[in-house]
Design a protein around this ligand. Sequence first.
Ligand code: SAM
Ligand code: SF4
Length: 308
Amino acid sequence: MRFNPRRIKVGLELTSKCNLRCGMCPLPVLRRPYEDMEWPLVEKAEREIHGLGLKLKWLHEMGEPLLYSRIDDAIRLFPEASLSTNGLVLTEEVGAKLLASPLKRIRICVDSINPEVYPQLRTGGDFEKLVDLTRKFLVQAKGHPLRIEIQKMRSRLTLDETVDDFKRVFDLKQYRNARVIEKTCEALDVNEETDLHGKFYGCVQGAFFTWVVVFADGRVTHCCYDAHGDQVMGDLKTESLREIIEGDRLVQMQAAFEARDFAQLPRCGECFKHGGESHAFNDVLTRVQNLPGVAKDVVRKVIDVRYR
Ligand SMILES: C[S@@+](CC[C@H](N)C(=O)[O-])C[C@H]1O[C@@H](n2cnc3c(N)ncnc32)[C@H](O)[C@@H]1O
Ligand code: SF4
């Protein structure tokens, strides 16, 4: 399959192990082992991803990347990548490792500043500890070029929390390298509407092949919502990334997607469970997904009326 490297986002799951079992996340019921990626595979992934002219976007799929013992070495291999963390192992020692690395952006997923709501999202997380570690990390990283994003999760449970509330809790006016970002929760596992997320109406990615996600065991999927690996394109342990992308499996899956044949595509079937099969509707989503970063965020926010 011909592909445009600038259109493809890449994720590398350094570990599928996690210290939390969050309410909105497929990790607690993951149908794959909890394991670390072997270091030689990380090195192979670097050669393959960069060799195809691709850039790594995230150092995770499922799992907590700061649990990976060679996280700083991985960042050195992928200096363009960002890191998203639940923040609960972001100690001074880990912070020092990150600040000595070429990491450019870290996202700390606080999600809610309501101590009653936080554990419903971040099951197993200690709210006071997270606030304390985050405040200390902000001090430690003050004046550093690292961009720090404090994530706020939009859901029915967090309707009364504002970006300004988050700024106040972390006293962000002191830290020019830190800001609050808002994210919506997506139905990744159970596709019914819940207090945490709305339904999907078709392919939220806008197109079938938008991602290359390498799981900790080396298997490669085409969509970052395919947490369990239901639609794997190939295996980086035994194939090159070019062979995987140019292989028959992806062509077959793409044809099944165009025909809306979800018997062959269980993950896509979940996204289309509530409708959205129309190609015209999907074209609109594709156009939104292809807007540049900030514009996409604004448009998605306007059309996202699920939590109002
Ligand atoms: C799966 S986590 C892995 C990295 C790390 N453990 C963390 O929590 O940031 C990566 C991102 O996925 C987000 N996430 C988890 N479940 C989600 C869902 N159902 N919808 C949208 N984002 C979700 C988290 O908020 C986090 O920003
Ligand atoms: S959202 Fe992150 S921290 Fe929470 S269970 Fe999923 S992988 Fe772990």
